[in-house]
Design a binder for this molecule. Structure first.
Ligand SMILES: CC(C)(COP(=O)(O)OP(=O)(O)OC[C@H]1O[C@@H](n2cnc3c(N)ncnc32)[C@H](O)[C@@H]1OP(=O)(O)O)[C@@H](O)C(=O)NCCC(=O)NCCS
Length: 264
């Protein structure tokens, strides 16, 4: 816990309102990802999102924005859902539950609007995000997108292809409701593990070691594509005491899906 940061219960989570708060989101986006300007989601997109049923939810310390979650509406096989494009928390406010609180606020608002599904993509090499998404929120992943965005200017990507897993957060599924109410990860039979070494962050950020990160990405990409083609689903995530991570794959016993049958 960072001593300079007050308890996160003093931080308010609420929808952003007015141009200044949306401008603060653009600035925080720049700070968190350090994108080139050409890769930034511009102010106008935040404005559009608010007007078409999307979400821009902020975490505020007083008037200062210290985190936000941003989503836009989408549609698949005739069903409306929300695609969450960004979740960001200022560095000095991380690991105190704000990311999770922002996601829970997204869920509450989405349910109020009548949505069942919130989706987003995440880098399968990001151990922290995988833990948050699968173990703490109860999202699942069963789709893998190779080089999803093409090249990214963000140093977080370390120059690697932008491979992404699609997180599906079925807001009213038994899995999610049980996890949020009982605070216990749902049980399932683990049929496969896909491992990510703790050193991945150091390897991505060092030009000398980047090849090692690229090898992990290539190995895991093949494993995910093969496992998903056999109907396995990433349902859990475990970390060991050295902060190595592993996706836990098994069969999901619920049938939430908006995919056309031939896409599954
Ligand atoms: C992803 C992000 C929004 C999370 O925000 P946050 O406020 O730190 O999230 P939380 O505190 O709610 O949850 C983080 C969890 O990861 C865990 N964690 C932290 N470092 C970790 C690591 N190296 N390995 C594994 N888990 C880690 C924390 O312990 C916490 O889990 P817990 O609640 O079980 O203790 C924030 O890290 C961020 O802005 N990252 C950069 C942008 C990004 O990657 N956005 C997401 C993709 S769009």
């Amino acid at each position: 816990m960072n001593a300079t940061v007050p308890g996160t219960d003093q931080i308010t989570i609420r929808k952003c309102a007015g141009m200044e708060e949306l401008e603060a989101c653009v600035a925080l986006q720049k700070e968190v990802w350090n994108f080139d300007d050409v890769d930034l989601v511009p102010l106008r997109m935040f404005v559009v999102s608010q007007k078409i049923g999307g979400q821009t939810i902020g975490a505020f310390q007083g008037d200062e924005l210290v985190g936000f979650a941003f989503s836009i509406p989408g549609s698949r096989a005739g069903h409306a859902y929300l695609h969450s494009h960004m979740l960001a928390v200022r560095d000095s406010f991380r690991n105190q539950g704000l990311g999770r609180r922002l996601k829970l606020a997204q869920r509450e608002d989405a349910i109020q609007q009548g949505f069942e599904l919130l989706e987003w993509t995440f880098d399968p090499l990001e151990i922290k995000n995988a833990h948050l998404n699968l173990s703490r929120l109860g999202a699942i992943a069963r789709r893998y997108s190779v080089n999803h965005y093409g090249h990214s200017s963000s140093p977080l990507q370390g120059g690697l292809p932008t491979d992404r897993l699609v997180a599906e957060w079925w807001l009213k599924s038994r899995r999610v409701v049980d996890l949020l109410e009982k605070k216990q990860p749902p049980q399932f039979k683990v049929e496969k593990k896909i491992e990510v070494p703790a050193q991945i962050y150091a390897w991505k950020s060092s030009p000398d070691d980047r090849q090692k990160a690229a090898e992990v990405q290539k190995r895991n990409r093949e494993q995910f594509l093969s496992a998903f083609s056999q109907g396995l689903v990433a349902l859990g995530y475990e970390r060991d005491t050295q902060d190595n991570g592993a996706f836990l794959l098994g069969r999901w016993d619920e049938d939430w899906s908006y995919a056309a049958k031939d896409e599954e």
